[in-house]
Design a protein around this ligand. Structure first.
Ligand code: ATP
Ligand code: MG
Length: 354
């Protein structure tokens, strides 16, 4: 298979973990006879330094012509004092919008060897393996701009969704559920919100098309509680923008480490942007300590969701797990035993094992 990938390393540890992901992809391409070509572009702080803007035109153009985009991280103290239109984060928001990414996928899996890293009880998080599918382009964050009324004495935000916007995200979630344990939990607030009533109707309609998937509806308040009291009950969760924002941060505590969490943001035609959930980690940048696993797992998501290479994706995921089970870990994982290694050694172990 021939694919063209744009790499946006960005700032801080972004460049270090991107190097790791590229090595893993090169190994996969060799093993499975694929041809991946790469093109590196600037985004975030580094783009401000070299182009005077966090999102240069040529970066957007390259991403638009790519089969998929991998992004490291943006930002750092060096750019904290700039005016708001010149902040590294604007590059990230800009590229998500420019690519029309409507679905945000965040898998959260607890690894047996890292159970102690979660603040929750080990026996409770053990075995949790879920995927949050969050709508990314609608809802409260994109309503008619919030207004202050009556001299600032009242405010209004608008929660707006079209049927088409809900249908496409629900479809995506059903498709994900089909490739996993075939259970979908739709999260809404249908006892109060009109938008949630339409959401629930559409999920009920759509489930006819996916008869092998079991569907459950949960109110968001109950979902928030169950996520940390009974996380193993979930397979795929689908929800609107703000609920998804909150629930995905909550779910991240199941693993206990930011350095392990990948994410994907997808467009309807399958093009996607893949990035670790963590940021640029300026405190450890340039020290060779960064955990590359979130970025490596993000590239596995790219293989699965943009290229349909499920076997290759699974090989990467299983390899990562086997290395952790063998006791190897980076400094962020705070393990009681085993061997602590750096970014390059971790990458090397994964590459050799593949
Ligand atoms: P952002 O605003 O960009 O999301 P942040 O301030 O929320 O950034 P991160 O940059 O993700 O947070 O870092 C939070 C903490 O987690 C830091 O102490 C950082 O060193 C650590 N951290 C984040 N990612 C990794 C990683 N891949 N490996 C090791 N440590 C990490
Ligand atoms: Mg953050």
């Amino acid at each position: 298979m021939k694919k063209h990938i744009v790499l946006l390393p960005g700032d801080g540890i972004g460049t270090e973990v991107m190097e790791a992901a590229k090595e893993v992809l090169t190994t996969i391409a060799d093993e499975f006879n694929h041809s991946f070509s790469y093109e590196v572009h600037d985004i975030g702080g580094v783009a401000i330094d070299f182009h005077g803007t966090p999102l240069p035109k040529q970066t957007v153009e390259a991403c638009n012509n790519a089969d998929a985009v991998l992004l490291g991280a943006v930002g750092g103290p060096k750019w904290d004092q700039l005016p708001s239109h010149l902040r590294p984060e604007k590059g990230l928001l800009g590229i998500r919008k420019a690519l029309d990414l409507f679905a945000n996928l965040r898998p959260v899996k607890s690894f047996d060897h890292l159970l102690h890293a979660s603040p929750l009880k080990e026996e409770l998080v053990k075995g949790s393996d879920l995927l949050i599918v969050r709508e990314l382009t609608g809802g409260l964050y994109f309503g008619t701009p919030s207004e202050r009324q009556q001299n600032g004495q009242s405010v209004v935000d608008t929660l707006f969704y079209t049927r088409q916007e809900i249908e496409r995200i629900v479809d995506k979630a059903f498709q994900c559920a089909q490739t996993r344990r075939k259970h979908l939990t739709s999260v809404d607030k249908a006892n109060v919100l009109e938008s949630s009533k339409l959401w629930r109707e559409i999920v009920e309609e759509k489930k006819q098309q996916y008869p092998e998937v079991t569907v459950e509806h949960l109110l968001v308040d109950a979902a928030a509680m169950k996520l940390i009291t009974n996380p193993t009950q979930f397979d795929v969760i689908v929800t609107e923008n703000m609920f998804g924002d909150i629930l995905s941060d909550e779910a991240s505590v199941l693993t206990g480490s930011l350095g392990m969490l990948p994410s994907a943001s997808l467009r309807e035609d399958g093009v996607g942007l893949y990035e670790p959930v963590h940021g640029s980690a300026p405190d450890i940048a340039g020290q060779g300590k960064a955990n590359p696993i979130a970025m490596i797992l993000s590239s596995a998501m790219m293989l699965r969701h943009s290229f349909g290479l499920d076997e290759e994706a699974r090989l990467i995921e299983e390899t990562v797990e086997s290395i952790l089970n063998a006791g190897f870990h980076t400094a962020d994982l705070n393990m009681k035993s085993g061997q602590q290694i750096g970014t390059v050694e971790m990458t090397q172990l994964i590459v050799e094992s593949i």
